[in-house]
Design a protein around this ligand. Structure first.
Ligand SMILES: *Cc1c(COP(=O)(O)O)cnc(C)c1O
Length: 418
C-alpha cells in the first residue's frame, strides 16, 4: 500500500505557512534512491547517474543529487543555465537534446558539457555554430523496428523521432574521429516508465553489440555507454517495483558477456534516470474545496491539471490518500477534479475512496517527476509552490507559488500592463 511520507499532522502544520496546493519532496527518499542506484552499479568503474533535469528542475533538488555524486542531463538552454548555477560543469553535464537550437549548443560548449548528438546532420550544425567538434562526444542511437523484451513489445523506435540509424551512427563516429574527437559515447532511450528488471539489461545488450560493431567498422572504442532514463515506478499501489540491484546485476552479466571479450572492459556506464529517482519522492498536496452530486459524484480540489498534467495527458493513474482516512472503507466512488475548463481535468476517475469532506487534505502520490515541471498556465491558473521535507523533519520552501504579477509580467509590453 502506498503511504505518504508525511503525516496528516505534519501537513496541517505545513499548510499553516504554505497554503495548498503545493508539491512536496522527500530529501531522505531522494538520497536513498541515489545511493541504491550508485550501489547497484558500483561494479562499473566510471559509473555515473546524470539526473534528467526536466523531471524535477529545481536547484535545491539538483544540489542534493550533486552531493550524492550525480551529474545532470539537460535538454535545453534554461536547464543548462540552472545546472551551471548549482555548480555543475564539464563532464558532470550531459546535454541530450533534440531539434536543438544553435544557442543551446553554444551554452553547452561554454559549460564544457558532454554533447549527445541526436542526429547525423547535427555534426555539421554543431561545428558551424560552435566553431569546432569537442574532444568528447556522444551519439544517440535508434535501432528502428520494435523494441522487445523477450517477445513483448516495449516500444517502437521506428516511430520515435530520436537518434540515428545504425548506418548513420557508424558513419558519424568515423567523421567525428576525423574531425578530432577523442572520447566517444553512445546513448539510447527505447522504452519509458518500464518497471521490468530486464529493461536495462535488454537495452544494454543492444548497445553493447553496437559498441562492438562500432569498434570493428569505425575503428572507435567507446569510452562510455549511456543507458539513459526509462526505468519506471509502480504508480498502481499493487504493481511490482523495479529492483535496481537486480537491474545492476543484470547489466553486469551482459557487460561481461559482450564488452569484456571484445576488449571493451573499461567502458563507463551512465544513466539518466528522472522518474525512478524522483517520482515516488514527491507528492502534490491539495484540499477538497467542493463536492458535487450530478450523474456522478465529484470532489473538486484546489489543484488542477496545470499542477499535474499526467492524468489528463496520458490517463495516468496517480494514487490518492485522503489524509487521516487511511483506515476507512473505500465505499465511495468519485471523480476527483481540478477546475480547468477541460473535462479531462480529473486526477482520478471512478476511484474508490473513503468518504471525502470539504476541507480534507488529499495527497496525490508519485508526482515528484514530470509533475510540477509539466505545469502550465491554462485558464490563468498559477503554478504552485515546491517544498522540501528535509532529513531533520523541517520544511524548506524551494520555489514560491506564482502570483498574478508573475502571470502578467510578460504583458508589460502592452499599454494595459506597463
Ligand atoms: C526524459 C528523458 C530522460 C528521463 O526519463 P525518465 O523516464 O524520467 O527516466 C532521460 N534522458 C532523456 C534524453 C530524456 O529525454
Amino acid at each position: 500500500m502506498k503511504k505518504p511520507f508525511v503525516t496528516k499532522e505534519q501537513l496541517e502544520k505545513i499548510i499553516e505557512t504554505y497554503p495548498t496546493p503545493f508539491h512536496i519532496y522527500d530529501e531522505r527518499g531522494i538520497r536513498e534512491r541515489a545511493r541504491a542506484l550508485n550501489a547497484a552499479f558500483a561494479w562499473n568503474r566510471g559509473f555515473k547517474e546524470y539526473f534528467a533535469v526536466k523531471a524535477t528542475p529545481n536547484p535545491v533538488i539538483l544540489d542534493i543529487l550533486k552531493e550524492e555524486g550525480c551529474g545532470v542531463d539537460c535538454s535545453s538552454l534554461t536547464e543548462l543555465m540552472m545546472s551551471d548555477k548549482v555548480g555543475f560543469s564539464g563532464s558532470d553535464i550531459m546535454f541530450s537534446s533534440n531539434d536543438t537550437p544553435a544557442e543551446d549548443f553554444v551554452e553547452a560548449r561554454k559549460l564544457g558539457a558532454i554533447i549527445n548528438l541526436d542526429d547525423f546532420t547535427h555534426i555539421d550544425f554543431l561545428e558551424s555554430v560552435t566553431g569546432s567538434i569537442p574532444e568528447t562526444i556522444c551519439c544517440r542511437y535508434n535501432p528502428g523496428g520494435d523494441f522487445r523484451i523477450s517477445t513483448r513489445i516495449m516500444g517502437s523506435p521506428s516511430e520515435a523521432k530520436y537518434g540515428m540509424t545504425p548506418e548513420q551512427i557508424i558513419e558519424a563516429y568515423k567523421i567525428l574521429k576525423a574531425k578530432g574527437a577523442k572520447r566517444f559515447g553512445i546513448h539510447a532511450f527505447l522504452s519509458s516508465n518500464n518497471t521490468d528488471n530486464e529493461y536495462y539489461p535488454t537495452l544494454s545488450r543492444e548497445l553493447f553489440k553496437m559498441a562492438v560493431r562500432i569498434k570493428e567498422e569505425a575503428g572507435v572504442s567507446l569510452s562510455f555507454i549511456n543507458l539513459s532514463g526509462g526505468v519506471g515506478i509502480p504508480y498502481l499501489p499493487d504493481a511490482k517495483p523495479a529492483d535496481i540491484a537486480v537491474i545492476g546485476e543484470g547489466v553486469r552479466k551482459v557487460y561481461d558477456e559482450i564488452l569484456v571479450p571484445a576488449g571493451l572492459g573499461d567502458v563507463s556506464l551512465f544513466t539518466e534516470l528522472g522518474r525512478w529517482m524522483l517520482a515516488p519522492n514527491g507528492m502534490l498536496v491539495t484540499k477538497a474545496i467542493h463536492e458535487k452530486h450530478i450523474y456522478k459524484e465529484y470532489i473538486g480540489c484546489d489543484a488542477c491539471a496545470a499542477n499535474l498534467m499526467r492524468p489528463a495527458m496520458y490517463g495516468a493513474y496517480h494514487h490518492i490518500t485522503v489524509m487521516g482516512k487511511e483506515d476507512e472503507p473505500l465505499d465511495h466512488i468519485y471523480d476527483v477534479t481540478g477546475g480547468l475548463c477541460e473535462n479531462n481535468d480529473k486526477f482520478a476517475v471512478d476511484r474508490a475512496l473513503p468518504k471525502i469532506d470539504v476541507g480534507d487534505i488529499l495527497a496525490i502520490h508519485d508526482a515528484g517527476a514530470h509533475g510540477f515541471s509539466m505545469g502550465y498556465n491554462y485558464n490563468g491558473k498559477l503554478r504552485s509552490a515546491e517544498l522540501l521535507l528535509k532529513e531533520d523533519g523541517s520544511v524548506e520552501l524551494i520555489r514560491r507559488a506564482e502570483t498574478p504579477d508573475d502571470y502578467f509580467a510578460t504583458l508589460g509590453v502592452t499599454k494595459f500592463f506597463n
